[in-house]
Design a protein around this ligand. Structure first.
Ligand SMILES: O=P(O)(O)OP(=O)(O)OP(=O)(O)OC[C@H]1O[C@@H](n2cnc3c(O)ncnc32)[C@H](O)[C@@H]1O
Ligand SMILES: [Mg+2]
Length: 209
């Protein structure tokens, strides 16, 4: 944490415990808390505040991140950071994309979601590209209604069967370009060195902090 004298103006507005992470996904909340670690901000999650999970009616990652952040800022009276993210598989026309969470069904079973990706890819034939990328849109909403957003990306290929149990969601099938282990096999610090979420986060830090 920076000393009082060199703490940038914006971070002083984000007093410890005063930034809502507008997400109900424990894996994301953990990663965002880790990424916020160096900035002296102690986040509180939407779940801890009993905030409702809004319907994601947007047609883009940014629109969904904005609606989640704005609702949390509005209901809590605190600055709120939301993340809308997903896996885009090029041979599937970038599906599941914004529907990545919905492919896991009401039980939020990502084994089912990963199997669906693999099945749909198999349906494209053996020559189909296995290229994929993750996108992360971060939206930071202030209680006065002002919103800023940032979008990050990481490119890779899909493996089958799934490998590793360290991450969440689609991590076990995502092999980032230039790496020999999946996100599911990676220590969190290594994932933060290259992930879509860390990419968006770097842009946010450069702009805000
Ligand atoms: O909306 P919130 O409450 O934040 O939680 P969610 O899980 O519904 O989140 P999204 O609507 O943004 O859906 C994105 C899905 O994409 C997947 N995803 C996003 N980032 C990922 C990552 O870093 N690793 C693996 N899967 C990821 C993950 O399974 C998410 O459920
Ligand atoms: Mg969601």
């Amino acid at each position: 944490m920076s000393g009082e004298g060199d703490t940038p103006q914006a971070i002083r507005k984000l007093q410890p415990g005063k930034l809502v992470i507008a997400s109900h996904n424990k894996g994301k909340v953990r990663e965002i808390a880790e990424l916020l670690g160096p900035y002296g901000v102690t986040p509180v999650s939407a779940g801890e505040l009993d905030l409702p999970e809004p319907e994601e009616t947007g047609t883009t990652f940014v629109a969904n991140a904005e609606l989640k952040a704005m609702q949390a800022a509005d209901l809590s009276g605190l600055p709120a950071l939301a993340d809308d993210s997903g896996l885009c598989v090029e041979a599937l026309g970038n599906d599941p994309g914004i529907f990545s969470a919905r492919w896991a069904g009401p039980e939020k079973d990502f084994r089912v979601a990963m199997e669906r990706v693999e099945r749909e890819l198999a349906g494209k034939g053996p020559e189909a590209s296995r290229d994929a990328h993750f996108i992360c849109a971060l939206a930071l909403a202030w209680p006065d209604g002002h919103v800023e957003w940032f979008e990050g990306r990481v490119d890779g290929t899909l493996v089958w069967p799934p490998r590793g149990d360290k991450g969440f969601g689609y991590d076990p099938v995502f092999l980032p370009n230039g790496e020999d282990i999946t996100f599911g096999e990676m220590a969190p610090e290594r994932k933060h060195g290259m992930s879509h979420r860390a990419d968006a986060f770097r842009q946010m830090v450069a702009a805000i902090f």
